[in-house]
Design a protein around this ligand. Structure first.
Ligand code: C5P
Length: 281
């Protein structure tokens, strides 16, 4: 069986405070995008085997996809095992939920492969115990994520727009970004309710201009090029540009594929990963 694991971007990301469990209370506008990893799942008599096309990725319980398979087999009392092969297209440690979406696709795919009929809701509960972004990756589309990110409130789909993703060649761990956030005041919060109204009104350009990610200034202290990349995306015709998640990927929103493709050319050859994709329902 073959499944696709789509990446996400954050159209906005707000942090309301630190919770008793140490996580941060967030309000994030999440959007699935066309960029996806491809995963094959094959039943084997027992155990879990994982391969990827990236030699630096762990293939044991340090990999979220492996842990998702382990949790699924235990939860459903499935005695057979699974062999998984992940063809990664999503940049790793990029703020695009690459690891979370692989785990989500494994949960959904194994449920189909073994005919176990767990509800979406149960799959989201299981996924939420592995990582805060996994429930959104299971449901996809456009949504508001609250709590530590695992509470999903679906929103109407955005009109399709094109995206240029630029990922600088650095990786900063999510916990490090959240810890650094705790040391500083948040200067500018997004108006999430107003952004939701723009999504409901299908006003992409209004949305694009008012996107805010409170983790962006924090990530900029580690990678000063973030603001430079954002401004360059805007000068190349993006109707809005922001960092996704805890970074460091910066995305620009374009109305046509041609505009996005032309802008992407201006970013190539500088050591960054540059990807043209689109939003996905
Ligand atoms: O949920 P997930 O395992 O993806 O989170 C990774 C890390 O990011 C957490 O261990 C925590 O340090 C940080 N985090 C947070 N608040 C959130 C989500 C993640 O502090 N809402």
């Amino acid at each position: 069986m073959e499944v696709f694991a789509n990446a996400k971007i954050n159209l906005s990301l707000d942090v309301l405070g630190v919770r008793e469990d140490g996580y941060h209370e967030v309000r994030m506008l999440m959007q699935s995008i066309g960029l996806a990893d491809r995963i094959t799942l094959d039943p084997i008599p027992s155990g879990i085997m994982l391969h990827t096309n990236r030699s630096y990725l762990p293939c044991d319980a340090r990999n979220l996809a492996y842990r998702a398979a382990e949790l699924f087999l235990k939860e459903t009392n499935t005695s057979s095992g699974v062999k998984m092969n992940i063809i990664k297209k999503i940049p790793v440690s990029a703020g695009l939920a690459g690891g979370s979406t692989d785990a989500a696709a494994v949960l959904v795919g194994l449920n189909q492969l073994f005919g176990t009929k767990l509800s979406r809701r149960r799959l989201c509960e299981l996924g939420g115990t592995l990582g805060s972004d996994i429930p959104f990756c299971i449901l996809g589309g456009t949504a508001l994520a609250t709590g530590r990110g695992e509470q999903i409130h679906r929103l109407p789909p955005l009109p399709k727009v094109y995206l240029v993703l630029v990922k600088p060649p650095i990786s900063i761990s999510t916990p490090k970004i959240y810890t650094a956030l705790d040391q500083q005041e948040i200067a500018c919060h997004p108006d999430t309710d107003a952004l939701i109204e723009k999504i409901k009104a299908r006003d992409v350009s209004g949305l694009a201009q008012e996107m805010v990610n409170v983790l962006e200034p924090v990530c900029e202290t580690f990678e000063p090029r973030i603001s430079e990349l954002r401004e360059k995306l805007l000068s190349c015709g993006a109707i809005g540009a922001r960092m996704s998640g805890s970074g460091p990927t910066v995305f620009g929103i374009f109305e046509t594929y041609e505009q996005a493709a032309r802008a992407a050319d201006a970013f190539r050859g500088r050591g960054d990963e540059v990807i043209v994709t689109s939003t996905r329902r």
